[in-house]
Design a protein. Structure first.
Length: 278
C-alpha cells in the first residue's frame, strides 16, 4: 500500500521534527514538504499539523543508534545546518538509515547521503573556524561575544567554550539565528535560548584599552616579508572579520595618545602578515 503524500507542519524545533517523523510512520504518510507556522505559502498537498510530543521524539532519537556512530551523528547534526529543505533531506536520510542500518555512512554515492554528509561537514568546519575566530569582550563582569554563522553552531561551540572558561560567566550571541549561549560556573550552568532583541551594550574604557593592546600586538608581530592577502583570506575568510577585534575601528578611541606610535601600520595586519606601507 502506497504512503499518502502530505505537507507536514511542525513548530520548527528538533523535537517537533522528530515527532513529525513518528507520526508519519504511524500513519504511513510521506511528507513531500515541511513547514513551520511562519511559512505563509500554500501547498497542493494535504496539511498535517504535528504536535510536539517529547516521548515520541525520544523514541525516534533512540532509534538512531541503529545507524552506527557516524550515521547517528549525521542524523542529529543535519538539523543544525543551513541546507535548503533540510527537513526533507533528513527525512529521506532517516528512511534510508532504517533500511540500511550502519551501512548508511558508507553509501557515499547515494544523493541523499552525499547531500547530508556535505552539509554536516560545512557545519563542523564552520564551528571549528569559530573556535579560533570568536572574540569576547569584558562587559560589566561578563564575557560577551557575537558571531554571525551560516549554520547553527552554538551546540557545537558549547563544549569547547564551557570547557575553556569553566569559571567564567559568558554570553555568546548568534546574530543570524537569534540564539544565545549563556554560561555561569557550576554543574549544568549553561543554556542555549532564543532571544528577540539582544544588545551587548557599550564597552567601557578598560575594555577599549584591552582592544587597543590586542590590535597593537596583532600588528606588531606581523612579518612584512610574508604579507599575503590572498593567503589570509583563505585561512581567515572576510565574513568573519566584522566580529573580530583586529578589524574593528573603535580600538583607537580608548587611548588617543597612542595613535602616533612610530611604525604603526595604518591598515589591519594579520598574524604572519604586514600590510603594505604607503
Amino acid at each position: 500500500m502506497a504512503w499518502t503524500q502530505i505537507c507536514c507542519q511542525y513548530d520548527g524545533t528538533y523535537p517537533g521534527f522528530l515527532s513529525g517523523v513518528f507520526d508519519c510512520y504511524v500513519n504511513r504518510e510521506e511528507p513531500v514538504e515541511f513547514r513551520t507556522p511562519e511559512d505563509m505559502c500554500c501547498s497542493l498537498y494535504p496539511l498535517r499539523t504535528v504536535e510536539t510530543d517529547e516521548a515520541h521524539a525520544q523514541r525516534v532519537y533512540r532509534s538512531f543508534e541503529t545507524f552506527g556512530r557516524e550515521g547517528r551523528e549525521m542524523a542529529v547534526r543535519c538539523f543544525l545546518t543551513c541546507l535548503p529543505d533540510k527537513e526533507l533531506w533528513l527525512w529521506r536520510f532517516l528512511r534510508l538509515g532504517y533500511r540500511l542500518g550502519p551501512q548508511i555512512s558508507r553509501c557515499l554515492t547515494d544523493p541523499t547521503v552525499d547531500r547530508v554528509r556535505k552539509a554536516v561537514w560545512r557545519l563542523e568546519h564552520e564551528a571549528h573556524q569559530y573556535k579560533g575566530f570568536t572574540r569576547f569582550s569584558q562587559l560589566n563582569g561578563v564575557l560577551v561575544g557575537e558571531i554571525e554563522p551560516k549554520n547553527r553552531v552554538l551546540p557545537l561551540l558549547r563544549p569547547h567554550f564551557c570547557g575553556r572558561y569553566p569559571q567564567e560567566r559568558f554570553v555568546l550571541h548568534d546574530r543570524t539565528h537569534a540564539e544565545v549561549l549563556f554560561h555561569q560556573p557550576g554543574p549544568k550552568g549553561w543554556a542555549i535560548l532564543p532571544v528577540e532583541d539582544f544588545q551587548a551594550g557599550p564597552a567601557g574604557p578598560e575594555e577599549l584599552q584591552y582592544r587597543q593592546l590586542w590590535r597593537a600586538f596583532y600588528d606588531t608581530i606581523a612579518i612584512e616579508g610574508r604579507y599575503n592577502p590572498k593567503c589570509r583570506m583563505t585561512h581567515m575568510p572576510k565574513r568573519y572579520w566584522a566580529m573580530m577585534t583586529e578589524f574593528q575601528k573603535d580600538w583607537d578611541a580608548a587611548l588617543p595618545e597612542v595613535r602616533t606610535l612610530p611604525g604603526q601600520p595604518r591598515e589591519p595586519g594579520c598574524s604572519g602578515c604586514t600590510p603594505p606601507r604607503g
